[in-house]
Design a binder for this molecule. Structure first.
Ligand code: MN
Length: 480
């Protein structure tokens, strides 16, 4: 996107604002970074404009876009905050300084204390979430250009993205971004699995399209005599979410009941329920799958009706029913939500721009009792389903949540599992039933000739460990 396109896209959602500052920030940043190159060999400014482009796509306000253009100026060029303040004023400078500060904090998964730093960082910046939004745009572009870095940095950055930034995007309701960050991280952390899964998913594509076409046809027929506006979309699932499911259920791709995802979008809440009725009349719902996130929205303001039905050929179809407004919110997060809300209810279009969606956003954040709670909820989301644990050599193993050092030992090697006599996590001795957390470094202590114990079966979490232990005990006649 060049400068003109960027400004045009901005004006498309802020028609009454003067974009002169964006113009100025563009020129200023381009000049400041003139002699710098990215690892890719491109001009450094390509990165700054890409960040601004994402921010416009997410419909951020003017100071945020300027901050996106200028975000690396203080850190990477001789320009000082004094100069920046003179040129761009207090608000933009504060945002850039916030970002510069963030960059000095490096989340290092090998250091427990860093989680605490992260909390502090959030605490310090929660007053202005826009800093985090620019950081997310920055991270997205860095992930897209990660192939130019060496293997070790790729892994470190990808791990950080997956454990901290993707959940953060999720928390902010930026689902599209979350999917992008997850898949990019997945590609670098588990390249083989990524590639293989991508191939398998592609191979199923034709069949999915046929199912979708049949589903659509049947719904359209049922709707023929109503005047409920609707559009039906296939929902692209991130590869990582499928992989996640495989890990969670400990099943190969072929055995995963990976349902076709469909979205039905309509105009009003009443019509969402009407559509739900029609879908449930046409297709048999799967018991226990219906969730009403319209009556009870998620904490990140996500709203939709969820249900799973038996599709036209007996296959499962996961359906989300929502209004256009809910759809926008779920794609772009809270910023889009407020903008739309204001636009809908105020006849005065200027008011929309004067009112600051950010203020609302902060209020929403403050509803959570403390940043601690915010971080805890981030971590809970992560740890509910999967933990990433490191070998002392820095290799990462993904295990289902609740896994123990024994699960880890068997994930590394059967022999190590068999002869395990103890474990250290982050240099401290732990019991073998210790529940591993993301970022733990686990060292397995072994003794030659030591063998699996029967009581291990009572606390191991993974099918792999369980079956290895059982097989050994059976061979020795210890269990039937
Ligand atoms: Mn940057």
């Amino acid at each position: 996107m060049d400068k003109k396109e960027l400004i045009e896209s901005f004006l498309a959602y802020s028609p009454h604002l003067d974009p002169a500052m964006i113009d100025k920030a563009w020129e200023y940043s381009q000049k400041a970074h003139a002699n710098q190159a990215r690892a890719s060999g491109e001009h450094y400014f390509v990165h700054c404009s890409a960040v601004a482009e994402s921010l416009v796509e997410w419909k951020m306000d003017l100071p945020t876009i300027c901050a996106g253009l200028l975000h690396d100026v203080i850190e990477d060029t001789p320009i000082t905050d004094e100069t920046l303040r003179m040129e761009f004023g207090e608000e933009i400078t504060k945002l850039v300084l916030g970002l510069t500060k963030l960059d000095t904090l490096q989340f290092d998964s090998r250091d427990e204390a860093q989680a605490e730093n992260w909390r502090k960082m959030l605490l310090a910046t929660a007053q202005d979430i826009r800093v985090i939004v620019v950081k997310l745009a920055d991270r997205l572009h860095n992930m897209k250009t990660l192939n130019f870095l060496n293997r070790e940095r790729q892994r470190r950055i990808a791990h950080e993205t997956m454990s901290l930034y993707a959940p953060l995007a999720h928390r902010l309701g930026m689902f599209q971004l979350k999917g992008q960050l997850d898949d990019l991280s997945f590609m670098y952390l588990f390249p083989k699995e990524y590639e293989e899964l991508g191939r398998k998913v592609n191979a199923q594509q034709a069949q999915r399209e046929t199912t979708l076409a049949k589903f659509k046809e049947q719904v359209e027929k049922a709707l023929a005599n109503t005047n409920i506006p609707h559009r039906i979309l296939a929902r692209a699932k991130s590869l990582y979410s499928i992989y996640h499911k495989m890990l969670r259920q400990e099943k190969p791709f072929e055995q995963i009941q990976d349902a076709l995802g469909v979205r039905i979008i309509t105009d009003t809440v009443a019509n969402c329920y009407a559509l739900l009725g029609i879908v449930h009349t046409q297709f048999r719902p799967v018991a226990g799958t219906f969730t009403d996130y319209i009556s009870i929205p998620k904490m990140n303001l996500y709203r939709s009706l969820h249900t799973t039905v038996m599709g036209p050929g007996g296959e499962l179809v996961e359906i989300q029913i929502r209004t256009e407004e809910m759809h926008r919110t779920s794609e772009y997060g809270i910023a889009a939500h407020w903008r739309y809300k204001l636009g809908e209810h105020s006849k005065d279009a200027h008011l929309e721009e004067k009112l600051n969606w950010l203020r609302q956003w902060i209020e929403w954040l403050q509803d959570l009792k403390s940043p601690r709670e915010f971080l805890d909820s981030l971590k809970t989301d992560l740890e509910l389903t999967q933990v990433f644990v490191f070998t002392p050599a820095g290799e990462v193993k993904a295990l289902p949540s609740g896994s123990t050092p024994l699960d880890f030992a068997f994930a590394v090697h059967t022999e190590i599992g068999h002869s395990c006599v103890g474990a250290q996590v982050n240099n401290k001795m732990v019991k073998l039933d210790y529940k591993l957390k993301s970022g733990d470094i686990c060292k397995i202590l072994t003794r030659k000739g030591s063998t699996p114990k029967k009581d291990w079966l009572t606390f191991v979490r993974t099918a792999r460990a369980r079956s290895k232990i059982r097989r050994y005990l059976r061979e020795k006649g210890i269990v039937a």
